[in-house]
Design a protein around this ligand. Sequence first.
Ligand SMILES: *Cc1c(COP(=O)(O)O)cnc(C)c1O
Length: 396
Amino acid sequence: MTLNDAYLDRYAAAMMNTFGRPKLTLVRGAGSSVWDADGVRYLDLLGGIAVNALGHAHPAIVAAVAEQAATIMHTSNFFATPWQIALGERLDALVTRGAPAGAHVFFTNSGTEANEAAFKVTRRTGRTRIVAMEGSFHGRTLGALALTATERYRKPFEPLPGQVTFVPFGDADALASAVDESVAAVVMEPIQGESGVVPAPAGFLTAARELTTRHGALLWLDEVQTGIGRCGAWFAHHAEPVLPDLVTVAKGLGGGFPIGACLAVGAAADLLTPGDHGTTFGGNPLAARVGLTVLDTIEAEGLLEHAAATGEWLAAAVADLRDPRIAGVRGRGLLRGIVLTEPLATAGVAVAQRHGFIVNAPRPEVFRLAPALTITRDELAPFVAALPGILDEASG
Ligand SMILES: *Cc1c(COP(=O)(O)O)cnc(C)c1O
């Protein structure tokens, strides 16, 4: 028996069975490599699901965690800390892009909690209807689940907070018929991650902004997966001239350390007042210090430009394979979906792992890649070269 299998048997005995049997037991990481319990190395092309923005064990994060843990780690929100304030200022400036509208932040520990905070902000408009998108994913707590379209995630947990209308993602006419004066907010991901890396068609965010402004509703963009450089810009919605009212982030912000944030712009920034919301851990100095370090490092290493260019190179390299089983590559920056003409991706994930590559399949016909923003072409090239062979084995 391998050490991996021994661990996975103990896992099955100890853990609730919410994730099924994990694929491996990982014990170490460095850059874009991880090692399993038996010492086998893998190229990590999933990055902990778009989380490990700087790869594994980046020296700047290692130092930030160690120094902050030795300074002060947790205070509760009865007290402010310099790191929390500095990270709030940075995120407020990034989300407004220099627009005069101010922004305020609420820190959380996860993406779903960031969305819960935003959901509560929308309730303070005095309206309760929400328009969300088919194919959306916003998290697993009951509020976020109410906004998530996927039937198999929602059904077992109904009744969920109500008055949510789903419209086809990217259909501006359907959106226009759904939005009126009773709508508190329109919520969407600029690129739907869990449903297979599906970008909003060009102009859709702009149309949503115009509609929500006209009807006095909030535009709420869930950038939990797409934000913090993942798509080659600080936020994926920066591809359009849109200033949203609410932006939620998490995943990449902590580079592996749990932190999320709900950013509220302009009038929405002041909708929550004392007593409306809270958190014990959210915005603690350790998480905030790591978040600051992630932002600093993205800037210092030029990772927005790097992610944009490397993602373009990857998409072109996969297209150059001219493999008839590959329909195309979707997404932007380093959030990419390799779309197949046949449902080979689920089997392909296991084959890829045997070849030393970690990817996942959000849909049976889509491989998702969300590697570290630091990954290089030299690291990606062996995966591209191996892809036709992986598809051969997956179909065999
Ligand atoms: C992952 C994800 C969430 C949930 O984040 P958690 O940290 O798992 O709670 C919410 N929205 C989107 C778009 C996500 O990709």
